[in-house]
Structures are given as structure tokens and as C-alpha cells.
Ligand binder design. Structure first.
Ligand code: NDP
Length: 445
């Protein structure tokens, strides 16, 4: 990939890039099929991605007609890479094997290694014969909705497609690598005012938060809404609070340290709850929740903003769902996309039905939603959450940081980009938006 990188850094044209040979191997972060059982008997918290994520050369796959090769300048760590590397709740090789049954092209994915990563920013270096809207030389970010466009169920909301997958999690050839293979309908223009690593961290989490809060497929937030955001300084939470502020709502941010409270205040969020300092114990023991603690939590929200939340942005799952359903206002909405702390959730149904609340399940975003979310980044209305940067060779360490909740916002990973700060094509626009706004998470990282 050295020749391709040199050409990109020298500003080579698309034709020049397309004329360069592609290597038959490339550097990638991957997990191995033979390691699937390696964590048997180990507690989740102790499963260490630094052991299970390898970085080394893997063979370059062939390109299907509707696909593109992207030279990856930077990528990011998402929680799904943590799940893959600890083989929980199941080994993602199961997804690859299932996918392989669908078509000849899909069979490429069921290998003994899986290249992980569901975000990327880089440069298109080749396109398949059926690709119309993209060409070599295009600077892009990649969203991770991997859709079978010949499936009728994909054509209303593609997230409802029966075969919908998350690229780099339920497929192979993901973004934590020097090269990735994507469908053309995963490509979006790279925001020109951002560096490679700033551009790489947004697509997965930003699009997810957009669908959950803004889209009519999610909670469809209105001006004036009070929105409770769990994990507000984390990946999806950090975009969520920005959407609430932008949309004329009032965010109530939940975080777990003084440092994160300061970060929220810097971002413009006035109502912040430090859940550690408050010492909430929603579960009295493994089987029993404590309604008194839900009430104490609800009271705190009212003290801060004077009313109950119209919307609760939920993702911790088992640890918080009871409190989330309780705290939402009469007729309010809880929107959830995850279960970091356990997926068998419990809540008191009386608080749910008697107060006519709604619970919405949400998962990533369709192309239109991802595109709209990317456009808001390009317009400078939503800022990247980049807080730290690791080289590709230290992907395991970066994933460990996220697994142990030691990070804020998003961790970027440099793939081909030789250093941070490269790739800013529109410095004037950057100055207009403001360096301070763009780098708020970096300053607190
Ligand atoms: P992060 O780790 O960046 O942030 C999650 C935050 O949640 C943490 O920073 C922490 O904040 C908070 N948190 C963690 N555990 C608990 C708990 N037990 N109780 C309360 N708060 C908790 O992860 P992401 O934001 O990137 O992702 C969050 C979840 O959403 C993950 O499970 C991920 O897999 C999922 N996800 C799902 C998507 C989908 O499409 N369905 C897309 C993106 C993410 P603090 O300690 O400060 O309170």
C-alpha cells in the first residue's frame, strides 16, 4: 500500500490512483476463527481485546461489481469491535458463515479471519463495473449499513431489510485496515474541513443517534423536548446531546465522573447528572430493582430541568431500563439501540402502560439517515467526538480502552495516515466553524 499512500499524499489524480497496482495482501486488524473459544470461563470484563485482536497481513479479496476498494486513512473503535474481540454475545464467525450461504460473492466473507471495523475515512482506489456515482480519487467516509438491494424488504426503510447487516461486524473486510471493501451505497463524501481521523469517527455513532432521536423512524424529537441521555460523553451519547441542543431541546446528560461533567458543560449542556457521585443503585440485588432509587433519579431530573423527560435515549440496557421507563414523562418515549450492561431487561409494566409510554427499538440508520447525519457534520452543525488517536498496530489497546470505559467520545485509529492532522482540505471552513468547537472532545481526552 506504500505506493498508493505516496500517491494520495502527493495529491495524485483519480486516473493515476486507478493505474497503480493493488497489493495482494494488506495490513489489517482481525480476529481468528481458531480463537472463538479462548475466553471460555473468563468474566466479560477480563476478556482482553489486546490478546484476541491481531494486526498483520491478510489476502486482498476480489471486488464485486457493486463494490469499491477504499484506501483507509483512518478508522475508529466502535463497541461492536469490543463485542467481536471478546466473542460476545456470540462469535461473529457465525454471521460470516450464515452470510456465505447467500451468494457466490458472499462466500468470500467466511474465512478463518475476520477483518473488523465499522468506520473508515479514506480514498476510493477502484470501483466495480456496476458503480456509477463514485470513482477513484474520491475522498469518502463509509457508513456501515450493508444492504442487499435485490431484496424487496430493503426498499422502504433499508434497516428493515431481511438481510441487513453491519459491515465490519456481520461481514468481513472492515475498516480497521489499510484497505477495505465496501458496497458503493455505503459511501459518503468526506467533510472537507476535518482531518482523516476526525472524519473517520462519526459515521456509525452519529448516524445511530440521528435515527434514534431525529428521524421519524426513531423518537422524532421536537423543539422544547427534554431528552435524558445515558452515557452522554460516550460514542452515541456525545452525538445525541448535540442533536438535542441543535434541535431546540434540553438535554439531561448522565455521565460518571467530574471530568465528564466538565466536558458536558464545555459542550453546552447545563443539566448533568454524575451517576457515580449520586450513587444510584437501581438493582438491590441481581433479581430485584429498587423503585425508591428510580424515584430519587426522577426527582433529580425534575430538580435540574423542572419536568420529566419527553424522550429517554437508552442503551445501557439491564442496569438502567427500569429507571428509564419510570423516568419518562406520561406519554413519553424511550428509544433504545443496545444493551451494554445486559440484554434481558426488566421494567415495571404498570409505569409503562398506565402512563401510556412508548418504547422504540432502533438500530443503526438507513443510507438516507446516514447521509443526513454526515451532511450535518459537513455543515459544522455536529462536531466529531474524537478524543484520542491510536495507530492501527495498537487496535487491541484502543479496543481495551473502550471495553473498560476509560475513554470519552470516540477513539480514532490511524491506518495509512502517517500522522494526525492530515486531510484537511478546507481550512477556511474549519476556521469559520471554530477549532475550539471541532476539538472539544480532544481537549478533554
Ligand atoms: P461507549 O462505551 O462509547 O459509551 C457508552 C457509555 O454508556 C459509557 O461511556 C458509559 O458512560 C455509559 N454506560 C456504560 N455502562 C453503563 C451502565 N451500566 N449504566 C449506565 N451507563 C453506562 O459506547 P457507544 O456509545 O459507542 O455505544 C453504546 C452501546 O450502544 C454499545 O452497547 C454499542 O454496542 C451500542 N451501539 C448500538 C448501535 C446500533 O446500531 N444498534 C450503534 C452504536 C452503538 P458513563 O460511565 O459516563 O455513564
Amino acid at each position: 500500500m506504500e505506493q498508493i499512500l505516496e500517491a494520495i499524499l502527493a495529491g495524485a489524480s483519480g486516473d493515476e490512483l486507478a493505474a497503480l497496482p493493488l497489493p495482494d495482501h494488506y495490513r489489517a486488524a482481525y480476529v481468528r476463527r481458531e480463537d472463538q473459544e479462548m475466553w471460555a470461563g473468563v468474566a466479560s470484563k477480563d476478556k482482553d481485546p489486546r490478546t484476541s485482536l491481531h494486526v498483520g497481513d491478510v489476502p486482498t479479496p476480489d471486488l464485486a461489481p457493486d463494490e469499491a476498494y477504499v484506501a483507509v486513512m483512518a478508522s475508529s473503535i466502535n463497541f461492536n469491535t469490543v463485542w467481536t474481540s471478546i466473542f460476545e454475545p456470540l462469535s461473529t464467525f457465525v454471521f460470516l458463515d450464515r452470510f456465505a450461504k447467500e451468494s457466490a460473492w458472499a462466500r468470500r466473507h467466511a474465512l478463518d479471519h475476520q477483518v473488523v471495523g465499522s468506520d473508515a475515512a479514506g480514498v476510493v482506489v477502484r470501483v466495480g463495473s456496476a458503480v456509477r456515482n463514485w470513482k477513484p480519487g474520491d475522498k469518502v467516509t463509509v457508513h456501515c449499513n450493508y444492504v442487499d438491494d435485490q431484496d424487496p424488504s430493503s426498499h422502504d426503510d433499508s434497516m428493515l431489510g431481511a438481510n441487513q447487516r453491519i459491515w465490519g461486524f456481520e461481514t468481513n473486510f472492515g475498516g480497521l485496515a489499510d484497505l477495505c471493501v465496501v458496497k458503493a451505497n455505503q459511501l459518503m463524501p468526506k467533510p472537507a474541513h476535518l482531518s482523516w481521523e476526525e472524519a473517520a469517527v462519526n459515521a456509525l455513532c452519529n448516524s445511530t443517534s440521528y435515527r434514534m432521536l431525529v428521524s421519524s423512524n426513531g423518537a422524532h424529537m421536537k423543539q422544547g423536548d427534554v431528552v435524558l441521555v445515558w452515557g452522554a460523553s460516550g460514542g452515541i451519547g456525545g452525538y445525541a446531546v448535540q442533536y438535542v441542543l441543535n434541535g431546540g431541546g434540553t438535554p439531561v446528560a448522565v455521565v460518571s465522573s467530574e471530568r465528564k461533567v466538565a466536558l458536558m458543560n464545555d459542550l453546552g449542556v447545563a443539566a448533568v447528572i454524575d451517576r457515580r457521585a449520586e450513587g444510584y443503585a437501581f438493582w438491590r440485588d441481581e433479581h430485584t430493582q429498587d423503585e425508591g432509587e428510580w424515584r430519587r433519579f426522577g426527582k433529580k431530573i425534575r430538580e435540574l430541568v423542572g419536568e420529566d423527560p419527553d424522550i429517554v435515549f437508552e442503551h445501557p440496557g439491564r442496569s438502567t431500563m427500569g429507571a428509564s421507563i419510570f423516568a419518562a414523562k406520561r406519554g413519553g418515549t424511550v428509544v433504545t439501540c443496545a444493551a451494554t450492561a445486559g440484554y434481558m431487561v426488566e421494567f415495571d409494566n404498570r409505569h409503562f402502560w398506565m402512563k401510556m409510554k412508548r418504547l422504540i427499538g432502533s438500530h443503526f440508520a438507513n443510507y438516507a439517515e446516514a447521509w443526513a447525519a454526515n451532511r450535518l457534520i459537513a455543515q459544522g452543525r455536529i462536531q466529531p467526538l474524537l478524543s484520542a488517536v491510536y495507530p492501527l498496530d495498537q487496535t487491541g489497546e484502543a479496543a481495551w480502552q473502550v471495553h473498560q470505559n476509560l475513554h470519552e467520545g470516540k477513539i480514532g485509529v490511524l491506518a495509512l495516515a502517517p500522522s494526525e492532522g492530515l486531510g484537511i482540505d478546507d481550512p477556511e471552513r474549519r476556521a469559520e466553524i471554530g477549532e475550539d468547537r471541532i476539538t472539544v472532545f480532544r481537549r478533554h481526552g
